[in-house]
Design a protein around this ligand. Structure first.
Ligand SMILES: [Zn+2]
Length: 409
C-alpha cells in the first residue's frame, strides 16, 4: 500500500490490552494534496473522508491532520444490507425503463442471473444488473438474499448445501484471478454467469459455485492483478511485455513458456505491475464498460458512470495537451504525463458542455478538478470515457492500454 505518512493515535498498549478500543490512522496534508487524492490513496470515498473529519467544505490546509481510516471494528456492525434476488420465473426477463409494461425494454436477463434490488413499488422492482438499472416485475424473482454493506470483507460465507455461492468483484479482479481463487476455470465462470465476454466490473456479483458443496475456500491474500491478452498478428513476446510493463522473462514464466514462440490467437496471462498503480480513479461511479472488444468494434478505454453532479479529476500530475470538442469524444481533455521516464496520455471524454476547467498548456496536479461528467459527443448517457495511452495518443489508438491495469479503481 502506498500510504502517506501514517501515525496511529491512541495508546498502542491500551489497544493491545483492550482490542475494542478504536484506533485511527491519520495523515498530514502536504502541498498538492486534495481531498480527492487523499481519499483515493487511502481507499475511501471523499464523503467518508469528510465525515471522518467533520469537514463541511472541501478546503484543507497544508499541515492539517486528517483521519483517513477508522479501525474501530472489533466486531463489524451489520447496520444495513443489500438485497439480491435471482431471476427464476422466466427464461428471459425483460428489464424496462420504468415500472410497467408500457416502458421500453432496456436489457434482458437470463434465468439464474442475480440482481441487486434497489427499491420496489406495486410489484415492480427497481434493480441493477450488469451495470444497468431498470425495472422488472417481481413475480419472476426469487426470495431475497441479503448481504451486509458495512463489513469490510465481502467474501461469501459458507451457507447451506443448496445455496449457490457468489463472489463480489473487487478492484483488480479479472475472471482469471477469480477462477483461481475459487478453484474453477474462466470458461466455467462464464457459463455459470451467462457471460459472452471476459469483462467483469467492480461490484458485480458472480456465481462462482453452484449448490451442493458448502465449502467455500477463503481467497488467500491479494495476488497480483492478472488479465489475459490474445496474441495479434505482428506481436512478439517483447512487444507484448512492453505493452504491459513486464519483462519478457516474467511474461514467459507466467505462461510457462520455454521458448520465445507465440502464435496469433494464443491467450497469454498478463500480470500487471504490482504495487502502486500510476493513476487514480478519475471519477466516482461504476464501471459500465471495460477495455477491449465491444460489439463489433474495440473499446479503447473504460466507461465510468454516475448520475448527478460528478467531478472529473486529473488521474496524475501532467500537462493539458487538448481541451476541445470533438464529434466522438464530445467535450474532451487530454493530459500528458511523464512517469518514471515513460510518457503517458490520458483522455477524458463526454464531459458536460461548457464544464472544462483547464486549457491546453495548463499544468495539473493529480486529483485536480478538470470538469464535470457529462454525455456530450457519441454517448447515450452520462458517463466518463477514460483512456490511457502508453505514449502519446494517436488516431489509431495503437498505444491504448487497459486503464484497469494502470488505475487504482
Ligand atoms: Zn467509452
Amino acid at each position: 500500500m502506498n500510504k502517506l505518512t501514517i501515525a496511529t493515535t491512541g495508546l498502542v498498549v491500551a489497544a493491545l490490552l483492550a482490542p475494542t478500543i478504536a484506533s485511527a490512522s491519520t495523515i498530514s496534508v502536504k502541498s498538492g494534496d486534495t481531498l480527492y487524492s487523499i481519499a483515493s490513496s487511502n481507499n475511501i470515498s471523499v464523503s467518508k473522508l469528510k465525515s471522518l473529519n467533520n469537514l463541511t467544505s472541501d478546503t484543507i490546509k497544508i499541515g492539517q491532520t486528517l483521519i483517513v481510516s477508522d479501525t474501530a471494528t472489533s466486531s463489524p456492525t451489520l447496520t444495513s444490507s443489500k438485497e439480491y434476488r435471482t431471476v427464476t420465473g422466466a427464461s428471459v426477463l425483460n428489464v424496462r425503463s420504468g415500472p410497467g409494461t408500457g416502458y421500453s425494454i432496456v436489457t434482458t436477463l437470463n434465468k439464474g442471473t442475480e440482481i441487486e434490488v434497489l427499491s420496489s413499488t406495486n410489484g415492480w422492482y427497481n434493480i441493477i444488473a450488469g451495470g444497468k438499472k431498470g425495472y422488472v416485475y417481481g413475480e419472476y424473482l426469487s426470495a431475497p438474499r441479503y448481504e451486509s454493506t458495512d463489513t469490510s470483507t465481502t467474501f461469501p460465507t459458507p451457507s447451506a448445501n443448496t445455496q449457490n455461492t457468489y463472489y463480489k468483484v473487487q478492484s483488480g479482479d479479472t475472471l482469471w484471478s477469480i477462477s483461481t481463487k475459487f478453484n474453477t476455470t474462466v470458461n466455467n465462470l462464464k457459463s455459470l454467469n451467462n457471460m459472452t465476454t471476459n469483462t467483469v466490473f467492480v461490484g458485480q456479483n458472480l456465481l462462482v459455485a453452484q449448490g451442493t458443496s458448502p465449502t467455500v475456500s477463503q481467497p488467500t491474500s491479494p495476488s497480483p492483478t492478472t488479465t489475459t491478452y490474445k496474441v495479434q498478428s505482428g506481436d512478439t513476446l517483447f512487444s507484448i511485455a512492453t505493452k504491459f510493463n513486464m519483462s519478457v522473462d516474467s511474461l514467459k514464466s507466467v505462461n510457462n513458456l520455454s521458448t520465445n514462440t507465440i502464435y496469433v490467437g494464443q491467450v497469454l496471462n498478463i500480470t500487471a505491475p504490482t504495487g502502486q498503480k500510476l493513476f487514480i480513479r478519475p471519477a466516482e461511479g461504476i464501471l459500465t464498460s471495460g477495455f477491449g472488444p465491444r460489439w463489433s468494434t474495440h473499446h479503447d478505454g473504460i466507461d465510468i458512470a454516475k448520475n448527478g453532479d460528478v467531478q472529473v479529476h486529473a488521474a496524475a500530475d501532467g500537462i493539458v495537451t487538448r481541451s476541445y470538442t470533438s464529434d466522438s469524444y464530445g467535450e474532451a481533455i487530454f493530459i500528458r504525463h511523464e512517469i518514471n521516464g515513460q510518457t503517458y496520455e490520458t483522455v477524458y471524454g463526454h464531459m458536460r458542455s461548457g464544464s472544462r476547467a483547464v486549457q491546453v498548456g495548463d499544468r495539473v496536479k493529480v486529483g485536480q478538478f478538470i470538469g464535470w461528467m457529462g454525455s456530450t459527443g457519441h454517448s447515450t448517457g452520462q458517463h466518463l470515457h477514460f483512456e490511457v495511452h502508453k505514449g502519446l495518443w494517436n488516431a489509431t489508438k495503437s498505444d491504448a492500454v487497459d486503464p484497469e491495469l494502470y488505475t487504482n479503481l
